[in-house]
Design a protein around this ligand. Structure first.
Ligand SMILES: [Zn+2]
Ligand SMILES: [Zn+2]
Length: 158
């Protein structure tokens, strides 16, 4: 493994945060709103139409890994792995930690995790297609981290 391999992984991983933010803001709250709508409704079913996005986002990962192996391009394989790892992290944080779809990982006592949860709950304040904020997952406005830190201080000083 060379530094360039590691750099490729990091770029793929954090590049996906941008892709996720962009597609959430302009595609899921855009022309594919009908697939995302049930994720914004009050009562979540076990399976949501929104889950199709997990499959959609798996396609570029699968393609870059498969083509990278066929043409023996390590950077393509690593890009695919970076996309897949991002997808896994997104799933754990969004479906399990934030939305509690499987009853574990209820608490992560760290300002970072509390901050991203705060920001995403703000995203869910809107039920309709328009007017939402905080479309990112891992990178959210600093104020949510600050609020989470303040809250942490209050609860320990009690
Ligand atoms: Zn949304
Ligand atoms: Zn959500």
């Amino acid at each position: 493994m060379t530094p360039l391999h590691i750099l490729t992984f990091i770029l793929a991983f954090f590049g996906m945060e941008f892709v996720a933010w962009f597609s959430h803001k302009y595609i899921m709250h855009g022309f594919l709103w009908h697939l995302h709508e049930d994720h914004h409704s009050e009562n979540h079913k076990l399976f949501q139409k929104n889950d199709y996005f997990i499959l959609i986002f798996a396609i570029p990962s699968w393609l870059t890994i498969m083509l990278g192996m066929m043409y023996q391009n390590q950077y393509s394989v690593i890009t695919g792995i970076g996309i897949a790892v991002y997808g896994f992290v997104y799933f754990v944080l969004h479906e399990i930690f934030i939305h509690q779809r499987f009853k574990f990982l209820r608490k992560l006592d760290h300002w970072y995790f509390k901050g991203i949860r705060r920001a995403h709950k703000i995203h869910h304040k809107t039920i309709g297609k328009e007017g939402s904020s905080c479309f990112g997952m891992l990178i959210v406005p600093l104020k949510y981290f600050k609020e989470a830190k303040e809250e942490g201080k209050l609860s320990t000083s009690r």
